[in-house]
Design a protein around this ligand. Structure first.
Ligand SMILES: Nc1nc2c(c(=O)[nH]1)N[C@H]1C(S)=C(S)[C@@H](COP(=O)(O)OP(=O)(O)OC[C@H]3O[C@@H](n4cnc5c(=O)[nH]c(N)nc54)[C@H](O)[C@@H]3O)O[C@H]1N2
Ligand SMILES: Nc1nc2c(c(=O)[nH]1)N[C@H]1C(S)=C(S)[C@@H](COP(=O)(O)OP(=O)(O)OC[C@H]3O[C@@H](n4cnc5c(=O)[nH]c(N)nc54)[C@H](O)[C@@H]3O)O[C@H]1N2
Ligand code: SF4
Ligand SMILES: [Mo]
Length: 713
């Protein structure tokens, strides 16, 4: 049966990077989508991608280049009119020339993220930007905080193969929600927990709310957001106090010292209970379970690092398997991400195989501040007066959305967005260009959740005039006179060059046609031949100065760093705008079935005790706010959360909120420590009834969008 389905790879920004099988319908369109046979995917994919036909064949897909003819951000049906690709490219090239003439090349800010994870399609714009001397971006949406913390202790971004969990006795999912965000990991957990598995692994989940992942756990710890460093330290305190640390391993493979031990002796469960809101008994019970199980696998999520102290928390958590020596065991150790495993030489792909102009690096999470001309955000350079946006929807997903919108509305700013849909960002653009989907172009993918390199070929023809990123950027480079051999190469040739530059076999030599397993041997994968630092040891006392510029505040030893947003009398709640099962960041927010799957409207989960105190009933309209603005949405009473924590599963388009203003209005863009990073889940807010008219500052001009207004024809 699968032979009738074309092999492919899911392009989305998800650790699973699933192998797919695509059905092509009689009329040449995308039909059903199934999981592929690649061993990690093992036939399992998430529901939203199984329904991909709804997204690929959506009536609202962009199929023609458009130019803005109405006022900026105005909405309304006459906002855009079609034009040819040639005319669109002419306008774009002309605008970029003029902007550069006036302010120099750094006035152009190419802005891109991981809408497709395909290495070729994703990096075409990066290459053009490098060669043209445009401003660069500090990539702070997702991994800056987590990477910093992992790097500090371990020194290499890789870990134990997730398939090893079938040999684990204990699986700890710390600050992630794989039931939503990487369903394949749950498939492997399921295998590990099967009754007929001799180990029958237990599952512990550490998450501020009872997620579907936590709902499946044998033990769920529900700390206050931003307090994981304290929890990890108290666990280490118990392990040391109760003789559960592996002293021989510590001496051989780490920098553990009497000073670290003395420090942890003060980090008692009582101390951590006061910070985390957990009970001493819960902390001790978890520590004993973790410390008494040799084969413990720690699956570290991103969620708990989206805090201003997220890197410190990640470092503290990453100390656990070093303390127990779990790294030595099959099914033991930890995994945060595997991207450091592949060793791909991307210099050619990035246009960095030759000298390129130096350029400032702008913080992508601070796009609002950059566009509003804040001096610190501009890093001493010229204003940004031209943007080219691909693979991301910053008007919806970046922090401080009110500032982002105000910035985009600047009359002297030219914006071109290459997209599949009329997103919140595209609505604010001057030129909107139609992009292909993964099923319509070729590419190569690596993964953070597994060890396979995978390639995929187009299986269906793109609708209308959609073009792949690589093609569009190639034509633009030509018009701009920017030269590099990659622009004229086809995707297949680029993939082969990437592989051969990296010392990997080219595709014809792969033992399996569509994938190459890059898994490392046991010794190396478990860091038994040394961690990533020069001394080969795990670092309990990291050199934070090597990790990021704002290192002065970082703790000397694993610790709780008290820099999270203040939950004061005025803003007594901590908001976690966590990922939703049926959306993939901002993608799928356009499909009816995903919206319906999320309950049809944005919802805030409120503890019944909190609701009672504020006179809020189930299903009632409420307002969440802080100094950045406020949003209105409906409440759902939910007891799987501490009374001071609020959860809004995101991300919905702004238009889905009652006032046309979405959740990221409330999130701050101040960088996390020590190397930046957006602290999405580190947001202090007040909560009141929907009739509360306090604070309207987030509505500078009537919100983001009129529902459905930009649909053409
Ligand atoms: N409230 C809240 N906000 C968050 C987060 C959160 O947890 N809560 N998480 C943050 C994180 S971790 C991330 S990574 C960001 C991600 O946020 P985004 O970068 O916006 O998310 P995506 O949905 O991955 O992709 C964005 C766009 O890429 C487009 N796209 C896909 N493939 C292609 C292609 O081949 N070509 C072109 N031109 N476009 C394509 C899609 O249509 C989509 O509109 O959001 C961040 N924002
Ligand atoms: N369905 C779906 N899948 C996705 C995405 C999506 O939006 N939807 N996004 C994709 C992207 S870009 C990424 S980066 C990954 C992210 O995948 P994850 O690693 O799962 O990370 P997060 O998305 O940030 O958050 C997951 C969990 O972290 C919890 N959390 C928040 N703050 C804290 C804290 O302080 N401590 C602890 N212990 N837990 C905390 C949240 O409650 C949430 O349940 O998922 C990817 N996959
Ligand atoms: S979104 Fe993630 S889980 Fe779903 S198919 Fe894609 S890679 Fe797999
Ligand atoms: Mo992400």
């Amino acid at each position: 049966m699968n032979d009738l389905f074309a092999p492919s790879v899911c392009p989305h920004d998800c650790p699973s990077v699933c192998a797919l099988r695509l059905e092509v319908t009689g009329d040449g369109k995308l039909g059903r989508v199934r999981g592929g046979e690649q061993p990690y995917t093992d036939g399992v994919i998430c529901a939203k991608v199984a329904r991909y036909a709804e997204r690929a064949n959506h009536p609202d897909r962009l199929t023609r280049p458009l130019r803005r003819v109405g006022p900026k951000g105005g909405g309304g049906s006459g906002q855009f009119e079609p034009l040819s690709w040639d005319d669109a490219l002419d306008i774009l090239a002309d605008k970029l020339f003029r902007a550069t003439e006036k302010f120099g090349p750094q006035t152009v800010w190419p802005y891109h993220y991981a809408g497709t994870m395909g290495l070729v399609q994703r990096n075409a714009l990066r290459r053009l930007g490098h060669l043209a001397g445009w401003s660069r971006q500090h990539e702070t949406f997702c991994v800056a905080l987590a990477d910093a913390g992992w790097q500090a202790g371990i020194g290499a971004k890789r870990g134990v193969d997730a398939r090893e969990v079938v040999d684990s006795e204990l699986i700890v999912v710390w600050g992630g929600n794989p039931a939503h965000t990487q369903i394949n990991f749950m498939n492997w957990v399921q295998k590990a927990r099967r009754v007929n598995n001799a180990n029958k692994a237990r599952l512990v989940v550490i998450d501020p709310y009872r997620t579907p992942t936590a709902g499946k756990a044998d033990m769920h710890l529900m700390p206050k957001p931003g307090t994981d460093g304290a929890l990890a330290c108290a666990v280490m305190h118990v392990l040391l106090a109760e003789g559960l640390a592996d002293r021989a391993y510590l001496a051989r493979h780490t920098d553990f010292s009497p000073a670290v031990e003395a420090h942890l002796a003060c980090r008692t469960p009582q101390w951590a209970a006061a910070i985390t809101g957990l009970s001493v008994e819960e902390i001790v019970a978890f520590a004993r379970l973790y410390g008494s199980t040799r084969r413990s696998y720690l699956r570290v999520g991103y969620g708990f690092t989206r805090q201003r102290n997220g890197a410190a928390a990640m470092h503290a958590v990453s100390c656990l398997p070093a303390l127990t020596g779990a790294w030595q065991e099959r099914g033991g150790g930890a995994l945060y991400g595997q991207s450091g495993l592949y060793g791909l030489d991307r210099n050619f792909l990035y246009g960095l195989d030759r000298p390129v102009p130096q350029a400032r690096q702008l913080d992508m999470a601070a796009i609002g501040r950059v566009l509003l001309g804040e001096e610190a955000a501009l890093r001493g350079g010229p204003p940004v007066t031209a943007m080219l946006i691909q693979n991301t929807n910053p008007a919806m997903v970046a922090p401080e959305s009110a500032a982002v919108r105000r910035g985009f509305l600047r009359e002297d700013l030219f914006v071109c967005v290459h997209e599949q849909f009329m997103t919140d960002t595209a609505r604010l653009a001057d030129i909107v260009l139609p992009a292909t989907m993964f099923s319509e172009h070729d590419d190569i993918y690596q993964a953070s959740g597994h060890t396979f390199l995978q390639t995929a070929k187009a299986a269906v023809t793109a609708p209308g005039e959609c073009r792949p990123n690589h093609d569009f950027i190639g034509s633009l480079a030509k018009r701009l006179g920017v030269e590099h051999p990659a622009f004229a190469m086809d995707v297949g040739a680029l993939i082969d060059k990437l592989l051969s530059d990296s010392g990997k076999p080219v595709r014809e030599e792969w033992p399996d046609k569509d994938w190459l397993d890059c898994a490392l041997p046991f010794e190396k994968a478990h860091f038994l031949d040394g961690f990533g630092h020069a001394d080969g040891r795990f670092h309990f006392a990291p050199d934070w100065s090597a990790v990021g510029p704002a290192h002065a505040v970082m703790p000397v030893f694993p610790d709780h760093l008290a820099v999270i947003e203040d939950v004061s009398g005025e803003m007594p709640f901590r908001l976690v705008p966590a990922p939703a099962r049926h959306f993939l960041n901002s993608s799928f927010s356009e499909t009816q079935s995903s919206r319906a799957g999320q309950g049809g409207r944005p919802t805030v989960l409120v503890h019944p005790q909190t609701a009672a105190a504020l006179g809020i009933a189930d299903g009632e309209l409420v307002r969440l706010g802080n100094r950045r603005g406020s949003v209105r949405l409906h409440a759902r009473l939910f007891d799987g959360v501490q009374p001071t924590t609020l959860i809004v599963e995101s991300q919905w388009a702004h238009e889905c909120f009652v006032d046309g203003i979405g959740i990221n209005v409330l999130v701050g863009a101040e960088p996390g420590y020590p190397n930046g990073g957006a602290a999405y889940h580190d947001t202090a807010v007040w909560l009141s009834q929907g009739s509360d008219v306090r604070d309207q500052v987030s509505k500078p001009d009537g919100g983001f969008g009129v529902p459905g207004s930009t649909r053409l024809g």
